[in-house]
Design a protein around this ligand. Structure first.
Ligand SMILES: Nc1ncnc2c1ncn2[C@@H]1O[C@H](COP(=O)(O)OP(=O)(O)O)[C@@H](O)[C@H]1O
Ligand SMILES: [Mg+2]
Length: 397
């Protein structure tokens, strides 16, 4: 009997479109016929939909048609506790179907799909899912926490000042003085977002104030960072779980990381969807062997210390002249699952997916083999009697 793999993607996120591409790429690269692929698409407005056409790129040319031709669905645990995708099959008068689910491949980028929220839903319904768990996902999405965590682990990070909206109202002058001590240019970033949205470069006080006020539209907490210029960006991917980890070759993105235009992301000359794989980049990054090793070592260390799982991409900033390296951010669900980095490392896309799924199954088995509750009923009649604040049963009144 075949197994059912739900590819979950889209989402209420600024990176919605990149996620659609990651999902379509993964579905095309999937090589194991023992699994049937079922799309779970979350629309920009938060509708949960399924339907085979949702894994075809052409469907997204007319998004409202794609949505109206799809079937509302949700993931949940069935009465016996097993994970199911529930939807109505066979049109308007269709029956409610609960399809058994064996695995969810998380292909979201940004927001609730990558910050641990969706992962929490899977945990609650006991659904095996790929990628990092709740805690690592949440830490990875919050730039302030990820940086603090790296500092504690002894990994260099760019100096910054944290700005909260309340502080900004109360003590703007003080915050500005603190930030200016780092010297311009400064980079203003929302605490957690992604895709270069809300990131501003400020070269003077006026631009700083403007950048901060714009960034507060996206987040109540900001990072104001010392600008590294001239800058070389270097990324590295890590694959595995626990102590069984490997690093990919490094890449040097050229077009400013994820700051791609819509055309960059979607419309390559040959009409193929390339997602993050289409960005201009140098693979392997033209840096020294020593720098490569250092970045791979930092990547491993961070991935392991944060308790990440599956595949992640770690982004670093390097001063182009001094060669000094700082951790910038971690993407616990990287665009295109970083398959182009693994391809260049000797792991094909279908092998990468297979590994992600086998790690997820292993983690799920481990979770369910642990003691997760007491076998003794602490609420049995005897134990409960005498607890203050409980309503008494009728007989006792
Ligand atoms: N401290 C910095 N110095 C110089 N450039 C920076 C700095 N921080 C970010 N950038 C530039 O801004 C881009 C987006 O910032 P990043 O922290 O990666 O946010 P995002 O989550 O939006 O990708 C980076 O790819 C880099 O080009
Ligand atoms: Mg980035």
């Amino acid at each position: 009997m075949h197994k059912n793999l739900v590819i979950a993607f889209g989402g209420v996120s600024p990176e919605h479109e990149v996620s659609v591409l990651t999902a379509i790429q993964a579905a095309s690269a999937w090589g194991d016929d023992n699994w049937k692929i079922i799309p779970l698409y979350i629309s920009k407005s938060g509708l949960w939909l399924t339907g085979d056409h949702l894994l075809e790129l052409e469907s997204y040319e007319n998004i409202s048609e794609a949505e109206s031709g799809a079937t509302p669905c949700h993931l949940t645990a069935a009465a016996d506790g097993s994970p199911v995708l529930v939807f109505k099959s066979g049109g308007f008068l269709g029956r409610k179907t609960a399809l058994r689910i064996d695995m969810v491949l998380c292909a979201f980028h940004g927001s609730d799909g990558e910050n641990g929220a969706f992962q929490g839903l899977c945990e609650t319904a006991n659904i095996p899912y790929t990628g990092s768990g709740v805690t690592a996902s949440a830490m990875g999405m919050d730039k302030r926490i990820a940086k603090q965590f790296c500092r504690l682990a002894g990994i260099p990070t760019v100096p910054d000042v944290l700005f909260s909206e309340q502080q900004w109202v109360r003590e703007q002058g003080q915050l500005i003085t603190q930030a200016e001590k780092m010297g311009y240019p400064l980079f203003v970033k929302p605490g957690s977002l992604g895709s270069s949205i809300g990131v501003y470069r400020a070269t003077n006080r006026e631009e700083l104030i403007m950048g901060v006020e714009s960034a507060f539209r996206y987040s109540t907490d900001l990072l104001v960072e010392k600008g590294i210029e001239p800058l070389t960006e270097i990324n590295c991917s890590v694959l595995g779980d626990g102590e069984d980890l490997q690093t990919s070759v490094c890449e040097q993105p050229i077009a400013g990381g994820e700051a791609l235009t819509f055309e960059d992301k979607y419309l390559q000359g040959d009409g193929e969807a390339k997602g993050m794989a289409s960005a201009s980049r140098l693979i392997p990054a033209p840096i020294t062997e020593e720098q490569t090793k250092k970045i791979q070592q930092y990547s491993l260390q961070i991935f392991q210390a944060m308790g990440c799982s599956g595949v992640a991409r770690l982004d670093f900033l390097m001063h182009s002249e001094s060669g000094e390296i700082w951790f910038n951010e971690i993407n616990t669900i990287p665009g295109s699952f970083s398959f182009y980095l693994w391809d260049a490392t000797g792991v094909s896309f279908d092998q990468l997916l297979e590994k992600m799924v086998s790690i997820a199954l292993k983690r799920h088995r481990e979770k369910n083999s642990r003691i997760r509750y007491h076998d003794v009923n602490l609420l049995s009649q005897k134990a409960v009697k005498g607890i203050k604040g409980l309503k008494r049963s009728k007989g006792e009144r």
